[in-house]
Design a protein around this ligand. Structure first.
Ligand code: HEC
Length: 109
């Protein structure tokens, strides 16, 4: 009986750890944010299309990036291009991308 309780507790702990918390995985973020670099530049602070300006997103705080992407996805923030991007992202994608971008450092102009 004690053993069963113990293994149930261990199992619950394992299930709850990384997936339950909204923890971004920067490695996954780096891979899935590959397409973002097409517009936001590499490493995300250069505009590759000189005809219009694209904000620098590398080095922004995680909270800022998560809020921006959710706002595009929900349509609260209107911009056809970024709304289209946001629509393809899950909550996990967003926190992973944010973890990666926040880690790039803000002062690499
Ligand atoms: C086709 C070009 C394009 C692609 C691809 C693209 N973006 Fe953007 N992004 C833009 C433009 C243009 C803006 C400015 C939109 C506005 O004025 O609201 C923007 C804005 C943003 C902002 C808000 C920045 C701020 O300072 O408010 C974030 C965050 C962002 N993009 C993240 C991403 C991420 C993450 C991806 C990849 C999933 C991505 N973008 C892919 C063009 C692009």
């Amino acid at each position: 009986m004690f053993k069963q309780l113990l293994s149930a507790a261990v199992l619950a702990g394992a299930l709850m750890s990384p997936a339950g918390a909204e923890q971004g995985d920067p490695d996954r973020g780096r891979v899935i944010s590959f397409t973002c670099a097409g517009c936001h530049g590499i490493p995300f602070h250069q505009n590759v299309y000189p005809t219009y300006s694209v904000p620098r997103i590398g080095g922004q705080t995680e909270g800022y990036i998560v809020a921006a992407l959710r706002a595009y996805r929900s349509g609260e923030r209107r911009h056809p291009t970024m709304q289209a991007q946001g629509n393809t992202l899950s909550d996990q994608d967003i926190v992973d991308i944010a973890a990666y971008l926040a880690g790039l450092g803000g002062n690499s102009e």
